[in-house]
Structure formats: structure tokens, C-alpha cells
Design a protein around this ligand. Structure first.
Ligand code: DX5
Ligand code: ZN
Length: 226
């Protein structure tokens, strides 16, 4: 079984004590902090932005995985990297020149990731995959935490992983985001995902350590993850 990285999405954290929530998931074994940015245009919701990222950068040492669900991402990439993003995901739906975008993100000092919505074809993503460090397959329609996993995402993950393997691009991470819980972690992992985003699937539990350990080794015993 592939070793999984777990990225708690702080969208489902208690924002009144965000620093403490981040420390708790970090101590519980999180590999990344997933940070969702929404603009009310690309998705029908608003969330958090640069000042919050700057603040949380000071309370964690693990990488911050910034998911930009915004139009005109090229206008904001530099600011997010400066504010502490280690990895920046932009959506193919709003990215006319993905290769230039990947180069821009990397030039600013972060890893580049390309995200794809459930209804979007994979073809344009696969065409430029070699320019990115990670591909992010959305398994819900982005905009809100707590939605149900779209089962067709399994086939999409398999298709991306198959194509990456075929082209010798095994080093590229494959992240899945939306509706990931203990009951589907094994399935998305088997389909080829190696970075699992989970918001409500982690923050709705009391014992973050246990849920992260079980998610990291789906089917294995909790608490034994390295
Ligand atoms: C959805 C966001 C996700 C979300 C995941 O638009 O991109 O990262 O927070 O939340 P859950 O795991 O609850 O579906
Ligand atoms: Zn996200």
C-alpha cells in the first residue's frame, strides 16, 4: 500500500482558535496543512486569504498547501508564496497558460499543483502534467466543506495515476480533495492518490491522532504510522 500524506483542511477547523487547531493536527501527525482560498466568483463562497496565511505560518512548521479556488490566480500567486505557501494549487478551469503558471509558482519558491474540477476533462491537465509537482483531483464541487464524495472520482484518479506511470512521472503527487473520510481513504489510495485532503473527516472527530493514523494506513492498525 502506498504511503499516504494527510492534509487536514482547516476550512472545517474552529476558526475561533485556529492556532490551537493547527498545533493539534500537527502534533497528531498531519503532513501538510490544506488552506482553502475562495473568491465568491470561481466558487460560490468566500473563505480566508493572505492575512490568515501569514498568521498561521508563524504557528506551524509543516508545509502549507494553498488551494486557490479563485479567478485570475496569476495576480495572487506571488503574495501567497510570500505569505508562506509551500505548495500552490491553481485550477485548470481558470488557467489559460498552465506551464507559465507552474514556472511562476516555482520561481517564487513554492511547488506547483494543478487542480481539476469533477466536471472538467482530464485531457488538458494530462497534457501539461510534467510541468507540475502535483495534480489535485476534486472529488466534490469546490466551494464548501462537508459534501459527499463523488464516486466517479475514483476512475479519474486511476486515469491520472495510469498516465503519470506511463510517462515515467511517478514523482508527481496526486492529491484528492472533497468528502475524504476513513471509509473511502483505502479506495482513493488504491486508485492512486497519495495526498489525502480531509476537512470534516478529521475536524469532526475528537481524536485527531487516531483518525489521521487510520487514514494514513487505511485497513492497517491505528497509531502505528511512522
Ligand atoms: C472544498 C475544499 C476542500 C474542503 C474539504 O471546496 O477545497 O478542501 O475543505 O472538506 P471536506 O473534507 O469536509 O469535504
Ligand atoms: Zn481544498
Amino acid at each position: 500500500m502506498r504511503i499516504l500524506k494527510i492534509a487536514p483542511s482547516i476550512l472545517s477547523a474552529d476558526f475561533s482558535r485556529l492556532g490551537e487547531e493547527i498545533r493539534r493536527v500537527e502534533e497528531a501527525g498531519a503532513d501538510l496543512i490544506h488552506f482553502d482560498v475562495m473568491d465568491g466568483h470561481f466558487v460560490p463562497n468566500l473563505s480566508i486569504g493572505l492575512p490568515v496565511l501569514e498568521s498561521i505560518r508563524r504557528v506551524t512548521r509543516i508545509p502549507i498547501d494553498v488551494h486557490l479556488m479563485i479567478e485570475e490566480p496569476q495576480r495572487y500567486v506571488e503574495g501567497f508564496v510570500r505569505a508562506g505557501a509551500n505548495l500552490v494549487s491553481v485550477h485548470i478551469e481558470v488557467c489559460s497558460e498552465p506551464r507559465a503558471m507552474a514556472a511562476l509558482i516555482r520561481r517564487r519558491g513554492a511547488k506547483a499543483s494543478l487542480a481539476v474540477n469533477p466536471e472538467t476533462s482530464l485531457a488538458p491537465v494530462l497534457e501539461v502534467a510534467d510541468a507540475f509537482d502535483m495534480i489535485l483531483v476534486m472529488s466534490v464541487h469546490p466551494g464548501f466543506g462537508g459534501q459527499g464524495f463523488i464516486p466517479e472520482s475514483i476512475g479519474k484518479l486511476e486515469a491520472v495515476r495510469r498516465e503519470l506511470d506511463r510517462r515515467g512521472l511517478q514523482k508527481i503527487d496526486l492529491e484528492v480533495d472533497g468528502g475524504i473520510k476513513l471509509d473511502n481513504a483505502a479506495a482513493v489510495s488504491a486508485a492512486g492518490a497519495n495526498v489525502l485532503v480531509s476537512g470534516s473527516g478529521i475536524f469532526d472527530h475528537d481524536d485527531y491522532r487516531r483518525v489521521i493514523a487510520e487514514m494514513r494506513q487505511p485497513g492497517g492498525s491505528a497509531g502505528t504510522a511512522a
